[in-house]
Design a protein around this ligand. Structure first.
Ligand SMILES: Nc1nc2c(ncn2[C@@H]2O[C@H](COP(=O)(O)OP(=O)(O)OP(=O)(O)O)[C@@H](O)[C@H]2O)c(=O)[nH]1
Ligand SMILES: [Mg+2]
Length: 466
């Protein structure tokens, strides 16, 4: 009796890259270049977005609202503050040199804080001449706050949205990622159009020379410019998306189940896919938002079933969903998958906050209920957890992608869920060895085990045993 069993991942069947840059279309390339080098638009981009500018040393401010709907407890505020520092320090051109948490009664105040606390902030900025930027660790300052802060503090002002956009700009390599980021910038710039009129930067640069008009006319011209750009970007992205749809149809024809690997940024999504597929093109990096493009990687499950793992952009807390929404490809890949694997970095001190953020984001992006209810939860980086007892009662899969711990249990669970979600069946069949049916089964199905049995007469076709 011979038994054949393929180990998952060892036999990588095929690797499919879905990087949009593979679509070499000259007209598309020219259009892309034109849109990306639109000088009129560049004038609207705040100077402080250029990540390749002079090195900035910034003060990070964590406003903490003590009461009301936006109330934030100290623990959460501390976690968010350390994450914002990590986010800023991802940029090679920025460095947090000081940080402060300041309470406020209402985060929507014109100066974010009451007058006493605002003075405290102002003194802090003025007392250190090295500080040439202030980052507010809140999702988005409104335009009034932005312009008030600029004029009162006299340095560049950032919020989490603008920092994340800068990180995206810095990390984006492909055409698709660049287009998605360009689209994500538009709501931000639209929100801050009024600020531009009074901004230090625009005054310094004699801005408005080329974008003619003044007052409301100028405002309208710029709004129109943003609207046109939005349309052009959407069209270019649609083209890439339609190529992707063709890939998806081809994939469906081949009936390869798709597993979307999602999670907080830097949780180990890329590392896990690499561990499961042995795809050496994947390069995990200890950086926030290292992955900005959706890529697809083929592997096998324990039964030898061929599957595709989709690597996606990470989630992060306290940024408007409009930013995530711009990454339509990631979202559509998540919603069209057969199974979702959620990777959580359980060694991270803020992992509970990360878990909540992923849950909230999945709610906001409206992942189909069937997928939502069957998410496979993975606690990654268990090798870094000192207190192993704290993991004992977890109902999540305990994994280390880099140390290859817990991968067999995980792939067995993925396979089980794939079979349920794609309505596949396990069958034992008796067929003639080497016959047509035997060959068909090898081609079209996933063979878990084969046994040879010598019998005198054989059925003409498949015979179901159980
Ligand atoms: N010790 C340890 N490190 C890990 C493990 N998994 C991933 N890492 C490390 O964590 C860092 C981030 O890993 P990635 O796989 O790039 O994480 P990601 O979730 O894809 O990150 P983004 O694409 O930036 O959202 C890298 O330095 C990895 O080597 C693990 O199980 N144990
Ligand atoms: Mg990644």
């Amino acid at each position: 009796m011979r038994s054949k069993r393929l180990t998952y991942g060892c036999d990588v069947w095929q690797t499919v890259s879905m990087s949009s840059d593979k679509s070499s279309d000259t007209t598309h390339d020219l259009e892309f270049e034109k849109v990306m080098k639109d000088t009129k638009y560049e004038e609207l981009v705040p100077n402080n977005w250029q990540t390749l500018g002079a090195k900035q040393e910034v003060l990070l401010v964590m406003p903490r609202q003590k009461w009301g709907t936006k109330h934030m407890d100290v623990l959460y505020a501390n976690q968010l503050m350390s994450e914002s520092i990590a986010l800023v320090n991802t940029l090679p051109t920025m460095k947090v040199i000081d940080s402060i948490m300041i309470s406020t009664l209402d985060i929507n105040k014109r100066k974010v804080f009451g007058s006493g606390n605002f003075e405290l902030l102002k003194n802090k900025v003025e007392s250190n001449p090295r500080i040439n930027g202030v980052v507010f660790s809140i999702d988005m300052l409104n335009s009034v706050q932005m312009s008030e802060m600029e004029s009162q503090l006299g340095v560049d002002i950032y919020d989490r949205y603008s920092i994340v956009l800068n990180v995206f700009r810095y990390q984006a390599n492909t055409k698709e990622a660049k287009l998605q980021i360009a689209l994500a910038e538009i709501p931000y710039i639209r929100n801050n159009l009024r600020v531009l009129e009074t901004s230090r930067h625009t005054r310094q640069q004699g801005w408005m020379k080329t974008t003619g008009g003044s007052g409301d006319t100028l405002f309208e011209t710029r709004r129109q410019l943003l609207k046109d750009r939005e349309l052009k970007l959407t069209k270019l992205l649609d083209k890439i998306q339609s190529n992707r749809d063709i890939l998806r149809v081809n994939r469906e024809k081949k009936q390869m189940p798709v597993i979307a690997v999602i999670g907080y940024t830097n949780s180990g999504k890329t590392s896990l896919i690499k561990a499961l597929t042995f795809d050496n093109r994947l390069v995990p990096r200890n950086q926030l938002f290292a992955t900005l493009d959706v890529t697809v990687h083929a592997g096998r499950l324990p039964s030898s079933l061929r599957v595709l793992y989709t690597d996606t952009i990470g989630f992060i807390s306290e940024i408007p969903t409009s930013l995530i929404r711009s990454f339509r490809t990631t979202l559509s890949e998540i919603s069209c998958a057969d199974v979702i694997v959620h990777v959580l970095d359980v060694s991270h001190p803020n992992h509970q906050l990360h878990e909540q953020t992923v849950g909230k984001t999945l709610d906001e992006i409206k992942v189909p209920e069937k997928l939502r209810n069957t998410i496979i939860e993975v606690s990654n980086k268990v090798d870094l957890v000192e207190d192993k007892h704290s993991l004992q009662h977890s109902d999540r899969f305990l994994v280390s992608a880099t140390e290859r711990i817990g991968l067999d249990e995980l792939t067995a669970a993925i396979e089980k869920q794939i079979i349920i979600n794609t309505e596949r069946l396990y069958k034992r069949l008796r067929v003639a060895n080497g016959g047509q049916e035997y060959q068909w089964l090898y081609r079209e199905s996933a063979i878990r085990e084969t046994f040879q049995k010598f019998i005198h007469s054989f059925p003409d076709t498949f015979r179901e045993i159980n």
